[in-house]
Design a protein around this ligand. Structure first.
Ligand SMILES: Cc1cc2nc3c(=O)[nH]c(=O)nc-3n(C[C@H](O)[C@H](O)[C@H](O)COP(=O)(O)O)c2cc1C
Length: 371
């Protein structure tokens, strides 16, 4: 789906989507390390039909994977955010909406239904933070995903070169670029120019694009220290999952501060090129926090087999980011549901091939060199 998607997304948005930071080493490491994980299939005894259902916070879900929060969905594929939320609900998997989405959290929630979670980049203005948390509560979200791995503005070379901005700055380059992507233009005409719908209410009026960028950089900066995390914990009575942790001790620390789960993640390789892959840290985090803690993971997952690999190394639940945008761009409205169906079929097929009936049994099928 990635290959055809390329023809439906303008260059400035494509680079933003697929790119990592620096030389993209961390992006590559995520997939390369995953592909090193091998399984040992067994054929002698009959295995039960694979069961891929799982339970999270008391809810039964049809599969152990869901949609990671991806900002600016409407810039890459105008109108895709509602379509992805609907597909997640229909497929009964978790959907996490980004703070930086181009569709508001209030608009998305009815489409995502009980499957909808909200991802919060904590603003460093306590009033804005309280207001965003209040909005998420009133909209009916039960799970807040607090992302901690963007302590300051991120410098990505391709976005700087492309002069990326939201809404797009329709200069000569952007217009020529977009003119080569008629499906994108048609969707833009149908769905309107994308905006940061969740955040715009807090920005001073009439800012230029550059000033709005500065506002974002200023408001979403700083580390999510114990003090800041506790302030969020005190205001949110539902579940909190902390996203963007790689260090096992830090995962344990956030859990001790009241987090209900962790997402082991390097933000899809977009923050620190020298960071370890998510799959490399996953077993270490699992070992440190124990069997009972909820450990989720994302980064480089591209197939049902990759989902099996993550589960075998200790994950309870897996998120995928870029693939949902690829599916929307390549196939259109039906893309996200198609992707969910393919991933479910691949996961079942992988388990069937190995002779594994349940997700809990997957670690027992790891090749000895990966144990
Ligand atoms: C274009 C793009 C935008 C993203 N925006 C956000 C975001 O707004 N909030 C967040 O917590 N993570 C964000 N992420 C990170 C994803 O949630 C996830 O960690 C990452 O995409 C997983 O890697 P994958 O794309 O290889 O599946 C973004 C990732 C991409 C590719």
């Amino acid at each position: 789906m990635k290959r055809p998607a390329r023809w439906h997304i303008p260059r400035f948005a494509w680079d933003y989507l697929v790119g990592g930071i620096g030389l993209d080493e961390n992006v590559r490491r995520n997939t390369e390390d995953l592909q090193k994980i091998q399984f040992m299939p067994r054929y002698l005894s009959a295995a039960p039909e694979p069961d891929i259902r799982t339970t999270l916070f008391g809810e039964t879900l049809s599969a152990p994977f869901g949609v990671a929060p991806v900002g600016l969905g409407g810039l890459m594929v105008p109108g895709c955010e509602i379509e992805i939320a609907k597909a997640a609900r229909a497929g009964n998997i978790v959907h996490v909406l980004s703070t930086h989405a181009t569709t508001s959290l209030e608009t998305i929630k009815p489409h995502a239904g009980p499957n909808g979670w909200f991802q919060l980049y904590p603003p460093n203005d306590p009033e804005m933070e309280a207001d965003m948390i209040g909005r998420a509560k009133r909209a009916g979200y039960q799970v807040l995903v607090v992302t901690v791995d963007i302590p300051g503005p991120t410098r990505r070379d391709h976005d700087i070169r492309n002069g990326l901005s939201v809404p797009p700055d329709f200069g000569v380059r952007t217009v020529t670029d977009a003119a080569l992507r008629p499906t994108w233009l048609l969707r833009l005409a149908r769905h309107g120019v994308p905006h940061f719908e969740n955040i715009e209410p807090y920005a001073p009026k009439d800012l230029s694009l550059a000033e709005f960028g500065e506002f974002l950089g200023r408001i979403f900066s700083g580390h999510i220290t114990a003090e800041r995390f506790k302030r969020i914990r005190d205001q949110w009575h539902g579940k909190i999952v902390v996203k963007g942790v790689l260090d096992p001790d830090e995962a344990a620390a956030y859990l001790a501060l009241g987090a209900d789960g962790i997402v082991v993640s390097n933000h899809g390789g977009r923050q620190l090129d020298a960071a370890p892959s998510a799959i490399a840290m996953l077993p270490k985090v699992r070992e440190r926090v124990g069997r009972e803690a909820l450990v989720m993971v994302d980064g480089g997952v591209r197939s049902g087999l990759d989902i099996a690999r993550m589960i075998a190394l200790g994950a309870d639940y897996i998120l995928l980011g870029r693939p949902f945008i690829f599916a929307s761009a390549a196939i259109g409205t039906a893309g996200p549901s198609h992707l969910i169906d393919v991933l479910k079929a691949e996961l079942r097929g992988t388990m069937m091939q190995m002779g594994c009936g349940t997700l809990a049994d997957l670690p027992g099928f790891l090749h000895a060199q990966n144990r």
